[in-house]
Design a protein around this ligand. Structure first.
Ligand SMILES: *[C@@H]1O[C@H](CO)[C@@H](O)[C@H](O)[C@H]1NC(C)=O
Ligand SMILES: *[C@@H]1O[C@H](CO)[C@@H](O)[C@H](O)[C@H]1NC(C)=O
Ligand SMILES: *[C@@H]1O[C@H](CO)[C@@H](O)[C@H](O)[C@H]1NC(C)=O
Length: 391
């Protein structure tokens, strides 16, 4: 008798999970959300993929769009968690080269045996593999699981030596997680660098994820045909204590001169602006910076912790939105082994960010303890000072 009962994991899981269509889930009472965990200067977002679902921890990256995870591969980093095995999921299906999705989602789709292949480059490496459809499941504010069918990259070759299991692109491009689930808004709260990894915070998607209330400041978001890849905003200047340092010494700035990137730790600034800013920061800290350590290259570091007592408050002036940052948010210990405290703003001329000539990159150190909301309908980015450890 038992041999007549076919075990069908797709049927079984489909009857347990509640599937929603976008229209239904976007009520204020049930907002899709995922857990965020700090990891080596990055933030891991937990989603489940496949049927039955397998947990994936991918880098939360507003600075790229493709969603990919490491699949079985010959040459790639031996991550702690098992790699996603498409053979064990009954909802996995590869996308053919003829499929419109293949060309819609990838700037440079390649074909191999009629399967759509992706090859994505980042500032710090590349990832290559097969584009496939899969069920991705997150939780929600009501506690119920919410699933979406999305196209993702099953990577067979990548150069990332990290235990993150891939990258969850949240950028404005068509292949990103937010674009594919049809979400016009999302918000997240990032934990400060060095937070105990057992503490988690949240990212929310869709209606109900708006950042509202007292203390919220908002700045225009610029995503246009000319600026399609990133979430651009306009940075007018940064105050060090009471001293205003303009982005451009002529006082004029171009719209969208900075983008918000949750996947880059530092706050990168064009060299001219950085140099003027650092002069002012040094002036307002009475301790001498480290000069004799070549490892630190041109970074501004101190041997003493920079606290609210011995360091200045920085105010980041986005167009229409001032975001205040305490010394404990702007100075970090880059290496656990050393008692060094380094300024988290760097010059794009001295790093792998050099390709972004003239642009600022607002990285994740400076996004910590802020609830940050992106709204592609009102075209605004909002910030609300929040203790993300209590979220
Ligand atoms: C989400 O809210 C916007 C208004 O802010 C509304 O126009 C839209 O229909 C809502 N979407 C859904 C799916 O309920
Ligand atoms: C991985 O990609 C690199 C760069 O394109 C290539 O040189 C290498 O041969 C690939 N490795 C495998 C196992 O496919
Ligand atoms: C500052 O503005 C001037 C005039 O608009 C422009 O030529 C120059 O490139 C700008 N400099 C920077 C660093 O953005």
């Amino acid at each position: 008798m038992a041999s007549n009962v076919r075990f069908d994991p797709c049927f079984l899981v489909a009857s347990i999970l509640l599937y929603y269509i976008i229209g239904d889930l976007a009520t204020a009472h049930n907002v899709p959300q995922a857990q965020l965990t700090p990891y080596k200067g990055q933030h891991l977002m937990k989603v489940s993929i496949g049927t039955p679902p397998v947990d994936i921890y991918g880098l939360t990256d507003t600075g790229s769009s493709l969603v990919w995870t490491r699949c079985p591969c010959d040459v790639c980093y031996n991550q702690i968690h098992p790699k996603f095995d498409p053979k064990k999921s009954c909802t996995y299906s590869e996308i053919s080269c003829q499929s419109e999705q293949c060309h819609l989602l990838l700037d440079e789709a390649a074909c191999s045996q009629n399967i759509c292949n992706f090859n994505t480059g980042y500032a710090s490496g590349f990832s290559k593999g097969v584009l496939a459809k899969e069920k991705v499941t997150v939780t929600s504010t009501s506690g119920q699981a919410v699933s979406f069918d999305i196209a993702f990259g099953c990577a067979h070759n990548d150069t990332f030596y990290f235990d993150a299991m891939g990258i969850i692109g949240l950028g404005p491009g068509p292949s990103s997680f937010v674009s594919q689930i049809g979400s016009k808004r999302f918000s997240y709260c990032l934990l400060p660098y060095g937070t105990d990894p057992s503490i988690t915070s949240k990212i929310n998607f869709g209606n109900g994820s708006e950042v509202v209330g007292d203390g919220v400041v908002s700045t225009p978001l610029i995503v246009t045909k000319d600026f399609p890849s990133y979430y651009y905003v306009t940075l007018e200047g940064i105050s060090v204590g009471d001293t205003y340092v303009p982005f451009n010494s002529s006082g004029k700035v171009s719209k969208g001169n900075t983008f918000i990137d949750s996947g880059t730790p530092q706050f990168g600034l064009p060299p001219d602006f950085y140099d003027r800013l650092v002069v002012e920061v040094k002036k307002q800290i009475s301790i001498d910076p480290i000069k004799d350590d070549s490892l630190l290259r041109t970074r501004l570091c101190y041997r003493t912790k920079i606290t609210n007592e011995n360091g200045p408050i920085l105010t980041v002036h986005f167009e229409g939105a001032d975001v205040e940052l305490k010394p404990t948010q702007t100075f970090h210990r880059p290496l656990k082994e050393y008692e060094y405290y380094c300024f988290g703003i760097t010059s794009t001329a001295n790093s792998d960010l050099a390709s972004w000539d003239g642009l600022g990159i607002y990285g994740n150190y400076f996004q910590a303890n802020l609830l940050i909301g992106y709204d592609l309908e009102t075209m605004m980015v909002s910030f609300n000072p929040t203790d993300c450890t209590k979220q």
